[in-house]
Design a protein around this ligand. Sequence first.
Ligand code: NDP
Ligand code: 2IT
Length: 450
Amino acid sequence: MIEKILANLEKSNCMSDDTFLQAVSEVLHSLEPIVNSDTRYEQFAILERLVTPDRVIQFKVQWVDDHNCVHINNGYRIQFNNSLGPYKGGLRFHPSVTTGVLKFLAFEQIFKNSLTGLPIGGAKGGSDFDPKGKSDFEIMKFCRAYMRELHQYIGARVDVPAGDIGVGNREIGYLFGEYKRITRNYDGVLSGKPYAFGGSLMRPQATGYGVVYFAREMLKEELQESLDGKVCTVSGAGNVAIHTIEKLQQLGAIVVTCSDSEGAIYDPHGIDLALLRHLKDEGKRISLAEYKNSHAHALYTQKSDYPKEAHAVWEIPCFAAFPCATQNELTLNDAQKLIENGCVAVVEGANMPTFPDAIELLQREGVLFSPGKASNAGGVAVSEFEMSQNASMEKWDFDKVDRKLDELMRQIYKRVALTAKEYGCERNFVDGANIAAFKRVAEAMILEGV
Ligand code: NDP
Ligand code: 2IT
């Protein structure tokens, strides 16, 4: 049955949907031990319905730059599944955005959101707009133009977008401003808002901190190990990477790498986070090569000097590795290097950063591997906390959000580990996550009828 569904999907999806097919294939194969355990799954066509988005919305975004030139971009929102709650998931502004990429992200989001145990469905959106090199005013004008279309499809109880690559606090602020101007509604229609108007404390930190809370729990339970004093490698230099590095450092780990789309830094003394923040502050996006100007001992490697299948970050010996940049950034070759160098855990901060053959190798060699849908769920969880605060007109303090996030990440780890054990695939956190998430969504889909 699984092979038939995949073959049908391949037939009906164009080549640009590669990442979507990759994500679906992983999930469906994980579900093999469970699909025949309940006759209702077939009766209600749960798998076929689960791999088909409820709605793929595409629209034109037209805006004017600082030199009065008119630009047109594609805007999207994919509402994949709302069985567990309002559609929920980020917006990505990056030139690589296509319906295929957003379908994979929205599909993954269904499972991630299910794992949180919170009432949120799965969605994703964005645009092929490239924020790089744009002025603050151009970003604002693009966000307003994007919201002129998007506002028709979202709502605090309908669909609640948030940030992702290229979309942070600043962009969400502009998007919210425009939503309010058009609709006059001051409700929690977006999460990740600036704190000044309805944002939650700790939302900026939540994904990265959550990744580390998950890693801490997994290492403690599986290996009786801690992160204190351990060398860790992180890829990326954006929101998720920076807050992963920050929390790792707070727990005593020595983080020696970071990277962006052009290159990687290896600093054996430990990444200077204040400098990294200075280089990558919203809008500035200065090249990481500049890191060396004040830290001559650090090594900068240009990405273009490397073959496609190798990444400088993953060649550095480490105890644990945290891919936090983008999809498909850790190859089989990289996994081999990590294993050779004695890495004991790979904890995904990004969405699907590890290639399937690399995951298989890591698992076979006994490296603990946590899929992003489990370990990066802290971001969307705190988004839901923000929705909760908005709905009740409350404001929670930092410690309360932090405590709830820590507790939620530990619960996700437990749910995933226990499910893996229950279905005979102990320590396979990919299968554990997919099965646990699926059971909750499938039950809701059955109960709500077709
Ligand atoms: P940011 O835009 O803040 O940072 C993205 C980072 O990844 C940048 O350093 C960027 O480098 C690098 N990057 C982006 N695209 C590529 C590429 N094609 N090749 C190499 N490097 C690339 O995004 P986030 O930190 O928010 O997101 C990072 C990952 O985490 C994504 O996979 C996202 O889906 C996931 N995620 C994000 C959450 C959130 O709350 N923000 C929640 C859960 C997951 P450069 O600046 O040079 O482009
Ligand atoms: O991938 C993700 O989980 C996000 N980009 C965050 C989604 C959200 O709604 O906070």
